[in-house]
Unconditional design. Structure first.
Ligand code: AMP
Ligand code: GLY
Length: 430
């Protein structure tokens, strides 16, 4: 089997690692692979965003399965392009990917399908949006409707903050075209949960729920990032909650997408807020989450390739089951000093061999590249260190020992990934 991975971040390294474990004899290719992926796959020097070139390359290189990691190529129609060539691809069509690429579309779909989510209004006109904010008052949430690399949502504690955010998006085009249309929504309170479902468009195979840590600083302070760490499982989750999420969120959303002519075949990511009124959707994404994938996949004991290949070929997930290792996983992201603001690249990375010898420790690469001088940093989020343990406390200790052992100039990481869980159960604190 010949498998192409599109994308080159921490999520894609983790997917590649898992798929290679599932199919050790398959041949793997990856687009412009980072330093970790390069050890697992042959590099393809085509940008993950160059849909046309990738479809041509995959067709002429007899690729049996393509797995798309990031949202941007999906929103651009990479899956449509591959399907038109008869090439099996894991990832939704551009129409179905609107669940992430247009928050206005996603919110309207939820409202029409009765999926619980924050109340909202959509605006393309700045004065009307400003009037609405003044009428509603704070706290209130302002979001760019289009793709903004996870940075397009502003939770505003004051009316002034919201008015400023609106001007930044709609007038100064801080997120480019993505902010011409905005969604203004009610502020929800509660803990967040990332729920991933492998779906053929009708049924859902739900992965172990996890919790992301989006803020750069300890205790969830400071600016939002792409994600500084994650853990799984989450003790707030029980079978009744997951049944609610499946029956009230995932399945009605899939049915609504199908009814809209946009069957969703791929990974549906539901960002859920656990409010006093029950689970509500914060957002949908059309792909695996980063860095949640780095925490979840090392816990998956059954094959990921089997459901992914089935979905890519247009088959059904009915009757399939996922199996999980017991215990937990904690992922700590190692970032470059300055991230999520500006940061330097090209710093030498030292990875002690002890890190790769421990079966309960995984180092997934994100912004790294191999060069004649060795492994160098090449991004804001550089590595993700996942520790496994019988308890989350043990997993956290393992992850932190690993994070300490890596060296590069300007290395920064949070030492408190999983803190909500440890605060719930002081006895679990590492
Ligand atoms: P999004 O880009 O929609 O995922 O939003 C990014 C983050 O902003 C979420 O993970 C939440 O922490 C926060 N957020 C988004 N929408 C809301 C909301 N309606 N109420 C409270 N927080 C929100
Ligand atoms: N971890 C958040 C995301 O992948 O969007």
């Amino acid at each position: 089997m010949r498998i192409l991975m599109v994308g080159n971040g921490g999520r894609e390294h983790t997917l590649l690692w898992k798929l290679k474990n599932d199919a050790p004899t398959a041949t793997f290719f990856a687009t412009q692979p980072n330093g970790g992926m390069a050890a697992l796959a042959e590099g393809v020097e085509i940008s993950p965003g160059d849909t046309e070139a990738l479809a041509g390359w995959a067709a002429s290189n007899s690729i049996d399965l393509t797995v798309v990691g990031p949202e941007a190529p999906l929103a651009d129609g990479i899956a449509d392009r591959f399907r038109a060539e008869g090439l099996p691809v894991f990832g939704p069509s551009a129409a179905a990917a609107r669940i992430e690429s247009s928050k206005a579309y996603s919110k309207k779909l939820m409202r029409n399908a009765g999926v619980p989510t924050a109340d909202f209004r959509v605006f393309r006109d700045l004065p009307a949006a400003e009037d609405y904010v003044r009428e509603q008052g704070a706290p209130i949430v302002v979001k760019a409707s289009g793709l903004a690399a996870g940075k397009g949502a502003v939770v505003c504690e004051t009316e002034d903050q919201a008015l400023h955010a609106l001007r930044e998006m709609m007038e100064n085009l801080r997120f480019g075209e993505a902010g011409r249309e905005v969604v203004i929504e009610e502020c929800m309170r509660g803990e967040e949960l990332s729920v991933f479902a492998l779906t053929d468009g009708k049924g859902a195979l739900i992965l172990l729920p996890s919790q992301d840590h989006k803020r750069v600083g300890e205790g969830d302070t400071g600016p939002n990032t792409g994600g500084m760490g994650a853990y799984a499982p989450v003790s707030l989750v029980n079978p009744k909650l997951m049944e609610d999420v499946e029956k009230k969120v995932l399945l009605p959303t899939l049915r609504a997408l199908e009814a809209d002519g946009s069957l969703f075949q791929g990974l549906l990511y539901a960002g859920i807020m656990l409010t006093h009124e029950g689970p509500k959707v914060v957002e949908f994404n059309c792909r695996f989450g980063d860095p949640e994938t780095q925490a979840i996949l090392p816990l998956l004991s059954s094959s990921l390739l089997e459901p992914i290949a089935t979905i890519a070929e247009g088959g059904s997930v009915a009757g399939m089951k996922l199996r999980w290792h017991s215990g937990g996983a904690v992922t700590t992201v190692l970032a470059s000093a300055g991230y999520p603001g500006s940061y330097e690249k090209g710093k030498a990375i030292e990875l002690p061999p002890s890190l790769t010898e421990d079966p309960n420790l995984f180092v997934f690469h994100a912004g790294t590249r191999r060069s004649a001088e060795g492994l160098l940093t090449s991004g804001g989020r550089v590595l993700a260190v996942t520790g496994l343990g019988d308890s989350l406390g043990e997993a956290s200790r393992k992850s932190l020992v690993g994070a300490d052992a890596v060296n590069f100039d300007g290395k920064y990481f949070r030492t408190d990934i999983g803190w909500r869980e440890f605060a719930r159960d002081e006895g679990m604190r590492p």
